[in-house]
Design a protein. Structure first.
Length: 262
């Protein structure tokens, strides 16, 4: 059976890239809810409803586990859906927080996220649970996701928005920054450019892949043979636009992209 991945839009592709590299034998089904993106400004109840709808769709397709490759959905809906389904469901906040705590030498950590993720304080709590003396500053970056969804993440407009948003950090001292939204790795070159030199940028993809591999091993669910089934991408938005971002980010020549109505 395939592994399901969900996000509010194209952001989860940044996690899927890691999963594809580390698990070349696995088949993935990806759902991006681009029609209702961004989730970052929505109420917790809406995020729980939309996340549950995507996981129910994956359940009907048939999956052996699900990765919620969206920080906002992880913050608000992970516990809820874990109680409903009997296949493993994991999020991206714990893996990202763990990597940051392991990486930071000063335990002064900045989290960049959506308004919802920042308000939920999910990263603050996860980091403090692992390093109780850590200093955590979470900064909402509500303008980043629309830039990525529109596909203009390499343009000068993106550079300008990133610079303006990160300006408030100029008086702070920190050595590690978590990209606490899966859309943000697409803006990483600009984010790096506008942070002090030597700052460690943390994405949750690699630590999330470690967790997936561990669960598949434990439950003996990993695929051992390469099969002929290609991964499939579903979007509630425009499949042609979605395809362009898959091709760019995953260097995948002819991905199967379909429209899904939730
Ligand atoms: N990619 C998502 C995240 O990691 C959500 C972005 C959004 O829809 O606001 O938080």
């Amino acid at each position: 059976m395939p592994i399901g991945i969900i996000d509010s839009g194209v952001g989860g592709l940044t996690v899927m890239g890691e999963l594809l590299n580390r698990m070349p034998n696995e088949q993935f089904l990806y759902i991006g809810d681009d029609a209702r993106c961004p989730y970052g400004n929505r109420s917790p109840e809406e995020v729980v409803t939309f996340t549950s709808e995507m996981i129910e769709a994956l359940h009907r397709f048939g999956v052996k586990m699900v990765v919620i490759a969206c920080n906002t959905a992880t913050a608000f809906a992970l516990k809820h859906v874990q109680e409903i389904y009997d296949f493993p469901i994991i999020g991206v906040i714990e893996p990202g927080a763990r990597t940051a705590v392991e990486t930071s030498k000063t335990e002064r950590i900045v989290v960049l996220g959506t308004t919802g993720t920042v308000k939920s304080e999910a990263y603050d709590q996860a980091i403090i649970a692992m390093a109780n003396d850590a200093w955590v500053h979470a900064l909402a970056c509500p303008e980043f996701v629309p830039i990525v969804e529109r596909g203009v993440y390499k343009l000068e407009e993106a550079d300008r928005v990133v610079q303006q948003t990160l300006e408030v950090l100029s008086d702070e001292t920190f050595d590690t920054v978590i990209l606490g939204c899966t859309h943000f790795p697409l803006l990483a070159p600009f984010i790096r450019k506008h942070l002090p030199e030597g700052t460690q940028l943390i994405t949750s993809g690699s630590a999330t892949a470690d967790t997936v591999i561990h669960i598949l091993d434990q439950k003996q669910l990993q695929r051992t043979k390469i099969m002929d089934q290609q991964s499939t991408f579903y979007t509630t938005g425009n499949p042609d636009h979605f395809k362009l971002i898959v091709q760019d980010w995953l260097q995948c020549e002819d991905p199967i992209v379909k429209q899904l109505v939730l």
